[in-house]
Design a binder for this molecule. Sequence first.
Ligand SMILES: Cc1ncc(COP(=O)(O)O)c(C=O)c1O
Length: 388
Amino acid sequence: MSITANDKQYIANTYARFPVELVSGKGAILKDSEGKEYIDLGAGIAVNIFGVADDEWLAAVTNQLSSLTHTSNLYFTEPCSTLAKMLCERTGMKKAFFGNSGAEANECAIKVARRYAFDKYGDESHSTIITLKNSFHGRTIATLTATGQDGYHTHFGPFVEGFVYAEANNAESVRKLAEENNCVAIMMELVQGEGGVCKLDKEFVDEVKKIAEEKDMLIIIDEVQTGNGRTGTLYTFQQYDLMPDIVTTAKGIGGGLPIGVAMLGEKVENVLIPGSHGTTFGGNPVCCAGACNILSRIDDELLSEVRAKSAYIFEEFEGAKGVKSVSGLGLMIGIETEKDAKEIVNACLQKGVLVLTAKTKIRLLPPLNIGWDELKKAVAILKEIIAE
Ligand SMILES: Cc1ncc(COP(=O)(O)O)c(C=O)c1O
């Protein structure tokens, strides 16, 4: 039975897959079961920062795999403690909680915020969290509820209480909700990924900071997609003159293995106590050893390369034939096209380039270290298809 037939028969039908069976890869090049090669401008949706089967990451992971794979969270292990130290030192955050996905990192952030309010007020009166319309925060029941898109708030009810939705880039809308509700936090992506690669304005974030200060609301920044060098700094909040209370991340930090992190700032660093939260695989030594390697390589040189490649992509597409607009930051780029985005994705696939969509846009999330030759070749193909 072919991979496709097997998949269709035995895997829950939650994904509309493209007709490609990927079997191997190296860096930004992927190969299918018929030997056809593709230049990858999606990186497994912002996961494979250094592409597929990256040698250094592979060495870190396999070394750890052969010494200690899993222990449970009942004992101390080196990789997760090192990773937590690296993350805190490079972000100014104070503590990390490790889970296995972005949704889980956001669940942790939601729990920390609510527990912070409970400890402060002695009850659940101040548990409301503001999120932004058009956001995406995950697929568990709580993170689906946090996601500010009506389309996600159906079929799976009852959803959880305590989320209200403000307009992105509209500080008045945040202020109004903060005044009408007893809010403990505001949670937002600085560039809304699934929502169409829409960047928040600096002025809006500055206003949110003021409102949060006035109302004693925590600021939770969801860097699941924007984090780990993707936008040209280690984390995107570092470009916004902002010190969040909680930062969540996942995807890229794992380099291909599942890991999610909620980083906790000074106000909330001691909110979690033994027994208040946990997960079996969180802090897994293999995932953490890989993540330590990834994090150690997101340095100034790589970040300036990200910014240079970003500038190149923006220059190529802004004003190009068939392009309405280009949005995003760093190597997280949305291209609004005259042609239907899905048609473009399929045509790219035929020509050996993998691209993504976000709402009605083409979305590019290439490996951060994609070679210039590969990038230029893929951009030329995409540009031609958009212009046709
Ligand atoms: C901003 C953001 N938050 C949360 C998530 C959920 O992450 P995961 O799929 O790892 O649970 C995603 C996934 O796309 C995301 O883009």
